[in-house]
Design a protein around this ligand. Structure first.
Ligand code: 4AD
Ligand code: MG
Length: 472
């Protein structure tokens, strides 16, 4: 049997009120005969307050060793505390521990332990990412992340989707953006010394291979067999974008649905986001309340913002209409908007924050700025693409209806100079039993960023990988 967590002890107090608390010391303070020790085990943001009373007698009389340990008990040390759970007279907690014994499990010398009582900046904490989960804010974000990950599976599994593990090492560039990390076992140093060009036939896979940028193409092969599938795994992009919303390694959720068009796709995306918002508001209320206090700049508050979205419908707007709205405000942008331009982050934010004032789905983008697999519209200029934009962040989801017509897909791939042989398997899906199908990708970190209001995406993943950053 595992030891009980503080959260459970508070929620379901044991019958015998005697118990042991295990965790890490957050703070210690003294008031006359009383010593207050705040212990946190990561099961909830609050932890529990343990009170040692030097003047106590009877059942809660202090063990002789306790006095010595308490004397020098540092923040960050790990302890086991014995005591009785009692109703708390103080504000801020319902119960507390009338403690009588303490065991110091692991010391944390005050002169070197980096996490002292005071609040540290998120930038500083990023440098000690191996310890930052011990702060309340990173603990809260980690719990929210975990709950959402499970929620993703709940949402899809309840609707007949099957979870597909698409490969992490691949030979294709699904998005055609060329932002690939190459995987090789060739001895690059020896090659450089010999002055010879690499011969990939001698490489591990016998050809160039990469870390995947998206599991979509492989997911399509299963959607056109199992009807509804999704992937949820790590994806990698060697984009040189040093921004607060880009990572080189991020987790992506990609559903793919057969016999579906863009309207179905938009409905699924909205239902998916709303499901996750509902779940997090219900199950992570305490964590959200804490995060909300820290991320004060969000005027309306996190939970209220999510609730507003739950009560409204996502607005749909075409790219063409969106650009027209942007052009009216052209002077407010660093990058001047025009029909055909890729929407910049400033444009996306303007559309969702100013034009719409909430989540919005922009559809039917020019084919030139979107990936090869998207379905061509009758105008032959735009494709059945959709991006879901949310305030503060911009793009949270990108997706499309796929081109299911063999001839049109082949034309598009040729026009882009793609090697058809490399994608023969993908074209086969259109050659044999083709069906209209659609899907989207949601960056898991973008979702957490949006929900928590954390400003930098590097603070919602345990060990962020970005340009020049791969520590731990
Ligand atoms: O818009 P993207 O590039 O679309 C795809 O990869 C498609 N294959 C998805 C599909 O249709 N199955 O990426 C999808 C989402 C974006 O909307 C964004 O949320 C996230 O992935 N994303 C990133 N998140 C963090 N860091 C990055 N560098 C990201 N690039 C994309
Ligand atoms: Mg996109």
């Amino acid at each position: 049997m595992l030891f009980p967590l503080i959260k459970d002890l508070i929620q379901f107090p044991p019958e015998s009120q005697d118990l042991t608390i295990r965790g890490w010391v957050r703070t210690k303070r003294e008031l006359k005969n009383l010593i207050f020790v705040e212990v946190n085990d990561g099961s909830s943001p609050g932890g529990i307050q343990c009170i040692f009373d030097r003047g106590s007698s009877g059942h809660t009389q202090l063990a002789p060793s306790a006095e010595t340990i308490l004397e020098a008990l540092p923040t960050g040390s790990s302890v086991a505390i014995r005591g009785r759970l009692v109703p708390s007279p103080g504000s801020g907690q319902v119960v507390e521990v009338a403690a009588y014994a303490i065991e110091l499990i692991g010391d944390a010398p005050t002169d070197t332990y980096p996490l002292q009582k005071k609040r540290h900046s998120l930038e500083f904490l990023r440098e000690i990412a191996h310890l930052r989960a011990r702060t309340t804010i990173f603990g809260a974000v980690a719990r929210v992340r975990s709950r959402l990950a499970f929620g993703v599976h709940q949402f899809f599994q309840e609707q007949g989707f099957h979870y597909i593990h698409t490969p992490i090492i691949t030979g294709n560039d699904a998005e055609g953006a060329g932002a690939l990390f190459q995987v090789t076992t060739l001895d690059l140093k020896a090659l450089a010394q010999s002055g010879k060009a690499p011969d990939y036939r001698e490489d591990f896979f016998g050809k160039p291979s990469y870390l995947t940028v998206s599991g979509q193409l492989e997911a399509e092969t299963y959607a056109t067999a199992l009807s509804r599938v999704y992937t949820f795994g790590p994806t990698f992009r060697a984009e040189n974008s040093n921004t607060t919303r880009h990572l080189a390694e991020f987790w992506m959720i990609e559903p793919e649905i057969a016999f579906a068009d863009l309207t179905d796709n938009m409905q699924l995306a909205e239902a998916f986001l709303k499901f996750l918002f509902t779940l997090v508001v219900r199950d992570c209320a305490e964590d959200l309340a804490f995060i909300e206090k820290v991320n004060a700049p969000i005027e309306t508050g996190i939970t209220a913002t999510l609730q507003n979205i739950l009560d409204s419908r996502f607005v749909h707007i075409s790219y063409t209409d969106a650009v027209a709205a942007l052009e009216k405000q052209a002077s407010s942008f660093a990058f001047k908007p025009f029909w055909g331009c890729d929407l910049q982050s400033e444009h996306e934010k303007f559309i969702t924050e100013q034009v719409v004032g909430g989540p919005v789905i922009v559809t039917d983008y020019p084919k030139e700025i979107k990936a090869f697999y998207m379905k061509l519209n009758d105008d032959e200029k735009t494709v059945r693409a959709m991006d879901v934009l949310v305030p503060r962040l911009g793009e949270i989801i990108g997706g499309s209806q796929r081109e299911e017509n063999y001839g049109l897909l082949e034309n598009r791939m040729r026009a882009l100079g793609m090697q058809l042989e490399d994608y023969a398997w993908y074209l086969d899906l259109r050659r044999y039993g083709t069906v209209p199908h659609a899907g989207f990708g949601m960056g898991f970190e973008r979702l957490i960023q949006y929900i928590t209001g954390m400003v930098n995406i590097r603070d919602v993943i345990p060990y962020p990988r970005a340009v020049g950053q791969a520590e731990f």
